[in-house]
Design a protein around this ligand. Structure first.
Ligand code: CP3
Length: 337
């Protein structure tokens, strides 16, 4: 499988391409399925429908991989935190984590409760052409913890950082608990058919350097090591967003580093160890204009000409992107126009 080979640095005939958040609202076919269920989580839990929308981008855009349709927040949900996705506001939990008792109340033995994710993976792998990869994923312990502590998305992460600087051991206790669930969760995803794993650390950028390495990267690295020791043939992609300043100190048991759109690929190439393959990093808003896509793709392909590389956006696709432009992006990378 060329996607997997590329993750392992093997030269291949073409550069695989996919898009973060590719199964989503910009696709009318996604909206049709989305309207048939009462809410977003109901779609995640309906494994047949989740599989159907995971396959849509492969069928419609001919991307080289499907990412399983789910969310990083199903993990805290099944650890016992009530979750709602509110239109215009995003995810909101029915409680927040602020004490040791709160952490103790979280259910660590929740991996079986996530069976809808594994069922969606099995069905998707069954239906996916053999030359297309299936990506399983999770959030990093830090990124998941930010939602559990703040109760929703945050601009300042003040509650998280207050704990980080006043009671670091409490934060470590929470991160350890989340990570122990993630280890089993990713294992189950691999057993169900995931060919590749991506760990999203979307809020890595909230942390200063020392805090990033102690509270985020340490756990991501431990998770990657654990999976690698058991499943060395499964490539691991990490996506710690916007940590441009610390790239030269990144090292761990992963294969691919996802470069966000604000980090120049040239800089990532210079700063990161050459043992990692890069993924990325078209600015997602370039997808509003074909001309902007053309220039962006040319820049990326020039930068990685002779290197194994996975082409992607530098963060998720936005809901109002014209499908035609997303198709244009994929075709351009594939040299079909
Ligand atoms: O196509 C894919 O990439 C697979 C599915 C996927 C979703 N969320 C579906 C989704 C993946 C990989 C995620 C990851 C995720 N979820 C992250 C990390 C990646 C990133 O974008 O930084 C984060 C931080 C979340 C948490 C989350 N989920 C937020 C903040 C929101 C609301 C914001 C929004 O875009 O509406 C979600 C909801 C969500 N997750 C939607 C989708 C398709 C939209 C809900 C809907 O369709 O009604």
């Amino acid at each position: 499988m060329i996607f997997v080979d590329t993750c392992f640095k093997k030269q291949s005939e073409y550069k695989p391409v996919w898009m973060m958040r590719q199964a989503g609202r910009y696709l009318p076919e996604y909206m049709a399925v989305r309207k048939s269920v009462s809410n977003f989580l109901a779609l995640c839990k309906d494994y047949k429908k989740a599989s159907e929308v995971s396959l849509q981008p492969v069928e419609i855009l001919d991307v080289d991989a499907a990412i399983i349709f789910s969310d990083i927040l199903v993990v805290p949900l099944e650890m016992g935190m009530g979750l709602k996705f509110i239109q215009g506001e995003g995810p909101v939990f029915d409680k927040t984590i602020s004490s040791l008792d709160d952490i103790k109340s979280l259910n660590e033995n929740c991996v079986n409760k996530l069976s809808y994710v594994y069922e969606a993976l099995s069905l998707t792998r069954e239906k996916l052409p053999l030359n297309k990869a299936l990506i399983g994923f999770c959030g990093s312990a830090w990124t998941i913890a930010t939602y559990m502590i703040e109760g929703k998305g945050s601009k300042t992460y003040a509650k998280c950082k207050k704990i980080l600087y006043t009671d670091p051991e409490l934060l470590h206790t929470l991160l350890e608990k989340i990570n122990s669930v993630l280890k089993l969760y990713l294992e189950e995803q691999i057993k169900a058919g995931a060919d590749v794993i991506q760990i999203f650390d979307s809020w890595a950028s909230a942390l200063e350097k020392e805090a990033f390495f102690n509270f985020s990267f340490k756990y991501m690295q431990e998770l990657a090591s654990c999976i690698k020791s058991k499943y060395p043939h499964i490539p691991i992609i990490i996506f710690p967003k916007a940590i441009t300043g610390f790239l030269d100190e990144i090292s761990g048991d992963f294969d691919v580093f996802g470069v966000d759109w604000a980090t120049p690929l040239k800089l990532a190439k210079e700063k990161l160890s050459p043992r990692y393959v890069l993924q990325g990093n078209l600015e997602p808003c370039r997808l509003y204009s074909k001309e902007a896509i053309k220039i962006g793709v040319e820049n990326i392909l020039n930068e990685v000409k002779n290197l194994p590389h996975i082409v992607n956006l530098g963060h998720g696709i936005l809901p109002d992107i014209p499908v035609e432009n997303a198709k244009y992006f994929v075709k351009l990378v594939q040299g079909k126009i």
